[in-house]
Ligand binder design. Sequence first.
Ligand code: SF4
Length: 342
Amino acid sequence: MEIQQIIASEYDFELERVVEWIKTNRFQRVLLQYAPGLAYYMPHIRTYLELNTQAKIFIEGRGRFGACDVFTTLKEFDAVVHFGHTGFLESDYPILYIPAYSNRKLSESILQKLDSFLTKYKKIGLEASIQHIKLLKDLSQFLENKGKIVYLGEPGKRGQFKGQVVGCDYYAGLRIDNLVDAHIIVAGGEFHALGLALSVNKPVIHIDPFREYVEEIDKRIIEKIHRIRCFAAFRLMQAKKIALVDSNLPGQHAPNLSERIVSFISKRKPGCHIDVFKIDVITDSFLMQLKELGYEVVLTLACTRLATDDFDRSPIPIFEAREVFRLFASGLSAERGVVMLQ
Ligand code: SF4
């Protein structure tokens, strides 16, 4: 298959726009960043860009988890092209965000499966991850033809389009939650669907266009996550040795908050030892190291989803540090699983 066919097979990488941007700005050294699922395409995109510009193109060694997961002071490169997310960081450093919209359509099979979930619900909220945001127009039409009333919420500060959700920002769903009977989210994999289900009170139906999968999120999964959060909160209350992990990434880093939390816990739990660790990405080996060092609980100021999604792989309970103040003031808020970032 030709390079262009490979590149254009699943996603719209908007390479004409990328080429134009590199040429217009006369960038000489450009780094490609990408959401983890897009790694396969990067060598082809690198070749294409080198053939069509004068720039030297480099590929980042690991996938980037979100638009928060970028550095804005890279000296080695003139610019970054970041595929798979929409940007929300304010920075003078030249970063071109390309959402990489999926080319997948809603197949007949998906729409038929979806039909069987619709009988119970009249008013429906629609959400999508950025890759599938363009499908919401067709989905709206399909639902309206079935006599449904469709709502799309304004996004939070981390999104750009009506109905768009980000792993740590479900305002698009939350804003319309009291208007709808259920939500439908279009997203590849479980990550965004689960995040939405943890953030709203209404049922969530998940469409995965890659797997041709339509399923209502099982309440038992949500309950399990809440139980795990309660367990982590309990361990935090008991702990004598705590690791507070603050991220170095500009979209996650919370320096003042880290100091406030240390001071807050030191007052509420006299005699409790708390150390602050700085890290880019929290890996399994890092968590294991913390356990071996005798920490009883990890408070995280990194990606808010660590506390809800990574408990299975973590040898230590993880608690979202931004919830600490409320936990000590009024107990754990059972109804909200994802702490949303602005
Ligand atoms: S903080 Fe986590 S969920 Fe939010 S954009 Fe970054 S990686 Fe995604």
